[in-house]
Design a protein around this ligand. Structure first.
Ligand SMILES: Nc1ncnc2c1ncn2[C@@H]1O[C@H](COP(=O)(O)OP(=O)(O)OP(=O)(O)O)[C@@H](O)[C@H]1O
Length: 637
């Protein structure tokens, strides 16, 4: 195997290890703080170390060519000083011209060095791009195989990583290597030249240089973090705008205009705050640039009388200014500007390859949009997305499938001073689970549904879907939430039923109609394609339409918040059985004892106290459940 191929295999193995590492972390929760750097810069630096170690040879070769740049810089200032002191000021013009000719001739090897540097640069830059592309491909494959991500959004992200983002990383890295290398060798040449002219010059020039560079380096981690925040805010705002544009009809129909505007304003405020914060740090950076770029020359001017008194010659002074103005200054400026722009982008992009991936929200289907399955809140996030894979069982693997949904010590209150509705609640729903939630009015059942569905954000603890933090997944691809009063829009019954899954086939539609008990509605309306006026449907018929819609989806989590309250017990039982026959987990907020009886498990909510068990166990263990069961059985229907 050639060294090249050997290295490629190493990079591929590295990508593979990374993928497995990420998957492991996803399954087993956060990595302990001492192992996982908290900042993007820290994570990227950790990942960069083995990459650079493996390319020590390429770095040394690059350094070898760059030595010519050191020589050119050194000769540039030194020759000017000698031309003045030994030539023109000493009355010997030929000597002065000879020194200047030497300075000019140093440019020739430097031009050769540039050629050599560019040839060697590829050894450092191309493997990074190749490694990133492999890593992105491996992650996409891993995702596809484990089914932990959803829909087209994920693949779009992978394509962007393989093409656009890996190119940004490659260009940024190449620019950074060039500028850093040039700065190191130019600075070394200039400092060596200053020391050769007079060591006193170093006393004046080095302190502001070190101070400015130190200040600049200190701005790097906060700048990278602010840049990341800004990018995140920008992407979220753009995603919100996209969803709004695609769902104008629903927003108008659901009366969610005010809420949508408020959401957009919140996004705009967040983005503005991120931009202001970024600008503040940019101002600190300008100060740092001024300190190391301008202060050395200013101090040199101020210190000229003292330096001259201590034996500095006129030629050495001009030589020193030549170093500052022609070599050190431009190299420093190029480096700091590049680190500040391409460097920041590089860190952010590389962190996306190494850290958890932001999941784009799946697109809203343009046709037949319009429903309020996400409950009274009616958020934009609740508008439909579609994932053909989301409801499928996990690909066969050695590890158990992750829970469909999980609450880990979740607390929730409607305001900072409000009484908590949920208090450190743990709940796990696995594929195939049927959980009924019962409790008196105001005990928090709808709140639980909203938190589990991602409509409300918990004030403590964590909501997880499919083994990942819920915030990383597109809600509509994971769960369908049916409220008590569903929204049915003007159109046809077919459009309404297909709303969450526009590509559902006719035979699937027919199976749903039969399973949910929609035949009388179809008959009364005159067929699936007859015009439907929502005002002419009874509340029970509206609920049946929404239940049919949910039956057709492939979302692995179904949450029914008293979604069958307008049906008679027989119709309710039929719809619940049909929904229980889907793949995935179902949580039903029970309206009658029948729902609890049919469920395998029941969660009894009594304020922030909860008890979970089978219906038979709870009759024994929970006085509240006995009481509810007794009351319900006396008032059937
Ligand atoms: N948007 C809100 N703002 C403030 N408090 C709220 C809000 N929604 C619900 N609450 C309060 O939170 C508590 C739990 O309400 P929730 O609607 O979750 O209970 P529930 O068990 O579903 O009641 P019901 O059976 O009557 O629907 C109640 O005290 C309620 O007043």
């Amino acid at each position: 195997m050639t060294a090249e191929a050997d290295r490629d295999v190493g990079v591929a193995a590295e990508a593979d290890r990374h993928v497995r590492g990420t998957a492991e972390a996803d399954r087993e929760g956060p990595v302990p703080a001492e192992r996982e750097p908290r900042t993007a810069l820290g994570r990227v630096t950790r990942e960069a170390r083995p990459f650079l170690r493996a390319r020590t040879g390429a770095i040394v070769r690059l350094g070898g060519w760059s030595l010519l740049e050191f020589a050119q810089t050194f000769v540039g200032g030194f020759a000017v000083a000698r031309a003045l002191d030994d030539g023109f000021l000493a009355g010997s013009t030929p000597t002065g011209l000879a020194w200047l000719a030497l300075a000019a001739s140093a440019a020739l090897p430097a031009a050769l060095a540039t050629r050599g540097v560019f040839a060697r640069l590829a050894d450092l830059v191309e493997p990074l791009r190749d490694g990133l592309v492999r890593r992105a491909s491996a992650r996409a494959l891993h995702t596809a195989l484990t089914g932990t991500r959803t829909g087209g959004g994920a693949s779009t992200g992978s394509v962007s990583q393989v093409t656009h983002q890996s190119e940004i990383a490659r260009d940024g890295w190449a620019g950074l290597v060039l500028a850093l290398r040039s700065f190191v060798f130019t600075a070394a040449g200039a400092l060596a030249g200053l020391a050769a002219l007079s060591p006193l010059l170093l006393l004046v020039v080095v302190p502001p240089l070190v101070l400015g560079i130190g200040l600049f380096l200190a701005t790097l981690p906060p700048m990278a973090a602010r840049q990341r925040d800004y990018l995140g805010a920008d992407e979220d705002f753009a995603a919100h705008a996209g969803r709004t544009a695609a769902a104008l009809r629903d927003i108008a129909a659901a009366g969610a205009a005010d809420r949508t505007v408020a959401e957009a304003e919140a996004h705009a405020r967040r983005q503005a705050a991120a931009a202001r914060s970024l600008a503040r740090w940019a101002a600190v950076r300008i100060v740092a640039l001024a300190v190391c770029g301008r202060l050395p020359a200013l101090l040199l001017l101020l210190a000229t009388p003292w330096l001259m008194r201590n034996g500095l010659t006129g030629g050495a002074l001009v030589g020193a200014f030549t170093y500052l103005g022609h070599s050190l200054g431009p190299a420093l400026h190029a480096l700091l500007t590049l680190v500040g722009t391409a460097g920041g982008r590089l860190v952010v992009v590389l962190d996306r390859f190494t850290g958890p991936v932001r999941l784009p929200v799946p697109p809203v289907p343009a046709a037949a949009a319009g429903a309020r399955e996400d409950g009274p809140a009616g958020t934009l996030d609740g508008l439909p997305g579609r994932s053909p894979k989301a409801g499928r069982p996990q690909a066969p693997g050695r590890r158990p499938a992750p829970a469909t949904a999980e609450l880990r010590s979740v607390s929730f209150a409607y305001g900072p001073a409000a009484r908590p509705v949920l208090d450190r609640l743990d709940l796990t729903l696995r594929p195939g689970d049927r959980l009924a939630v019962v409790g008196p009015s105001g005990s928090g059942k709808s709140t639980l549904a909203a938190v589990l569905a991602g409509v409300e954000t918990p004030t403590g603890g964590e909501v997880r879907w499919l083994g990942r933090p819920a915030r990383e997944l597109a809600p509509t691809a994971v769960r369908t939430l049916l409220p008590q009063t569903p929204y049915v829009f003007s159109g046809t019954l077919r459009e309404n039923l297909r709303y969450l899954r526009p590509e559902a086939r006719d035979r699937e539609l027919a199976a749903t109609v039969a399973a949910i008990g929609l035949d009388p509605v179809v008959e009364r309306l005159g067929g699936l394609d007859a015009p439907l006026d929502p005002r002419r449907l009874s509340p029970g018929e509206r609920q049946l339409v929404a239940l049919g819609r949910a039956h057709l989806t492939t979302a692995p989590l179904l949450i029914l918040d008293e979604a069958t309250s307008e049906l008679d017990p027989a119709a309710e039982a039929r719809a619940e059985r049909a929904l229980a026959g889907r793949a995935g987990a179902v949580l039903i907020i029970a309206h009658r004892i029948g729902s609890a009886d049919r469920a395998a498990r029941v969660l009894v909510m009594d304020g922030t106290r909860t008890v979970e068990g089978t219906p038979a166990e709870l009759l024994d263990r929970s006085a509240l459940f006995r009481d509810l069961a007794g009351r319900w059985s006396r008032t059937p229907g």
